[in-house]
Write a protein that binds this ligand. Sequence first.
Ligand SMILES: NC(=O)c1ccc[n+]([C@@H]2O[C@H](COP(=O)([O-])OP(=O)(O)OC[C@H]3O[C@@H](n4cnc5c(N)ncnc54)[C@H](O)[C@@H]3O)[C@@H](O)[C@H]2O)c1
Length: 314
Amino acid sequence: MKILITGGYGFIGMYSTQRLLSLGHEVFVFDVLSKPPSDLAANFSGATAIKGDLLNPLSLIEAIKKYEIERIIHLAALRNNDSKKFPFSAFKLNCEGTMNCFEAARICGIKRVCFASSVAVLGKFELFRRHGYNIDSLPDDVPCSPTNVYGVTKRFCEMMSEQYNNLYDMKIIGVRLPIIFGAGKKSGSRSSYYNELIEKSSIGEAISVRAVVDEKFNIQYVKDSAQAVVCGCLASEEVSGIFNTGGVVLSMADYVKAIRTIYPRSQITIIDDPNATTVDDTCIDSRLAAEVLGFEPEFTLEQGIKDHMATLNS
Ligand SMILES: NC(=O)c1ccc[n+]([C@@H]2O[C@H](COP(=O)([O-])OP(=O)(O)OC[C@H]3O[C@@H](n4cnc5c(N)ncnc54)[C@H](O)[C@@H]3O)[C@@H](O)[C@H]2O)c1
């Protein structure tokens, strides 16, 4: 199948490209960047580069028509930290850019767009706890009340996708991804310290992290995130909707323990800090995605950690 990926030169885009190519699909990377960062270029050999701006829907429509695209994976977005710093830019790229993508797909007769949503749409787990939910495993259909700009923009995309599905009989799928670790994640992002804990531990360098030690969060290895978006893209023609596609649910104490098991020389200090809560990173139950999309994480946490370092060192 001919599949276009918006934001394909990003972190998840690279692994999604590799996964699709390995499954024998034709991949078209639509990105504002004209080429991938030079050290990653080899990962895109076999994919077609399309330089384009999602904020110019005509460039997307032209690309879809020129290459006879059949399905779209939509990943281009401003991430959490940057959305907080630049709320209007977050609105432009995450909301308007997504609308441009849905609209371009509609105009070109493409029914399936799979876009990356986030657990940030869910909001504070305290609220769920108060309403009697099991906060270690929230289902797909809980009421959302996002607490940050990023979560609000992603919830907008989810809600508009439902409207497009209803109004135009499209089959848009949103996959809610949790915290992600893996080689290639931008440093400086809100959750990049999950990578740093692994990388510094692998060379025995000291690192400290502030966390509510026993608070649970949901974390996923990036190759499983790529699997989630690819499953959403390739799901059968009748399927549409929003799906939780999470990873492992664990506490910071458990995460550090897993790293220490692999790297006994690691020197991680956890500073128990009640203010370092990960309230936006609610834990999700992915059973529906397993049943309907065939999404099943392929990596245990330990396998993900090892594969992350193997990828970095390759
Ligand atoms: N990385 C995570 O931890 C995480 C977690 C949950 C959800 N997500 C979601 O997954 C998706 C991919 O995330 P990522 O980490 O790969 O992001 P990323 O920032 O690594 O990549 C984004 C890509 O989009 C491109 N882009 C930016 N503006 C564009 C525009 N106007 N037109 C075309 N391309 C443009 C960038 O050049 C970049 O290659 C996003 O929608 C993000 O919100 C990510």
